[in-house]
Design a protein around this ligand. Structure first.
Ligand code: AHG
Ligand code: MN
Ligand code: MN
Length: 333
């Protein structure tokens, strides 16, 4: 079989559609290269001094793991000098990171969750990197945080790398979803799945059940009905999976369907859910929609939410279209 590399795929895309500019192609290749470097570090584990805590806290009050910090550095360094970006933003940085003056400034904005699933690092379970690309607003001048506050529909590309038994890169530029597998010996990304589609129906759900007592009634009802199985209102048995790495849960759903939920709950009304809109929910929502699935906050499309802050959190319901439709309908009743 003829192998198609990420570079070749992107060059072909660039020829076919005007949406993929040379700058965006470079951006994606640079992010993919950084993910390769992160994958290499992840693979070293205890041999690479990458496990354990960094003994620092990020802006969200979470204790940073060494790998959170390392991955953030790798992505920043890789993306600074290419001339394709105006600024970056990350889960691990309080505010935006403009491109230093010594490099030319490009027209794109890049956001990332450098290391998703941090609680899984030290136990050798799949983790990942999530990224989202926006265009800087016309005539922006010096980049500001405000420039990043565009709805998910404005994303020009989104993707994630999953560091599991295999390292894979899943990418969309608004023209379907494709998956590349890292050939570790050759150091290249090889196209292994074209135009991924999420089955519209599913019998599998993913939610952290330990929070059940805190959920709002529509989520309680939706999950209870699934748990009732064949003899309940849904008329079928459901299975459950929870990896605690959104990347790995979404990757399973892209491949065989399912619904992933991280709802808001009653604990802290000021914090609607756990996942962050700009670099977790939006890129995943774009990928899922591009693969024929759906993504809502329980009420409306995630991609339509007008952001108000860089580190804003949102409830997330995404995956197989018909299941996302059911839980979203329950929120309206
Ligand atoms: P991060 O490691 O980037 O902070 O994200 C972790 C997120 C997400 O990947 C996962 O689905 C969820 O947190 C797990 O939450 P629980 O600890 O509640 O299982
Ligand atoms: Mn995350
Ligand atoms: Mn993270």
């Amino acid at each position: 079989m003829k192998r198609i590399s990420l570079t070749q795929y992107l060059v072909e895309q660039q020829r076919q559609s005007n949406a993929l500019t040379a700058e965006l192609r470079l951006l994606i290749e640079v992010v993919a290269r950084a993910c390769k470097t992160i994958s290499h570090s992840v693979g070293k584990g205890a041999l690479g001094d990458i496990l354990g805590s960094a003994d620092t806290e990020n802006i969200q009050g979470e204790v940073q793991k060494k790998l959170d910090v390392i991955s953030n550095e790798i992505l920043l360094e890789a993306n600074e000098w290419g001339g394709h970006l105006a600024a970056m933003a990350s889960e691990e940085m309080e505010t935006i990171h403009p491109i230093p003056n010594r490099y030319p400034m490009g027209e794109y904005l890049l956001m990332f969750d450098p290391l998703d699933g941090s609680s899984n690092i030290d136990v050798n379970v799949s983790i990942g990197t999530i990224f989202s690309v926006l265009k800087a607003p016309e005539g922006m001048g010096q980049p500001t945080e405000q420039a990043f506050l565009q709805p998910g529909t404005a994303q020009v590309a989104a993707g994630y790398a999953v560091y599991g038994p295999q390292t894979m890169l899943v990418l969309t530029t608004g023209n379907g979803v494709n998956c590349f597998t890292l050939d570790r010996e050759m150091g290249s990304w090889v196209l292994t799945q074209r135009d991924m589609k999420i089955p519209e129906d599913t019998k599998e759900f993913a939610i952290n059940m330990s929070n059940k007592r805190h959920w709002h009634p529509p989520v309680q009802r939706y999950v209870d009905e699934m748990l009732e199985g064949k003899t309940g209102p849904r008329g079928k048995d459901f299975n459950m999976r929870w990896i605690a790495s959104m990347v790995a849960d979404v990757h399973r759903i892209l491949n065989r369907g399912g619904i992933f939920m991280y709802p808001a709950d009653l604990r802290d009304p000021a914090s609607p859910g756990k996942l962050r809109l700009m670099y977790e929910a939006n890129p995943m929502a774009m990928i899922v929609e591009q693969a024929g699935g759906a993504a809502t906050d329980g009420h409306g499309r995630i991609l339509d939410i007008p952001p108000t802050k860089l580190h804003q959190r949102v409830p997330v319901f995404l995956g197989s279209k018909n299941e996302v439709e059911v839980v979203t309908r329950y929120h309206g009743e």
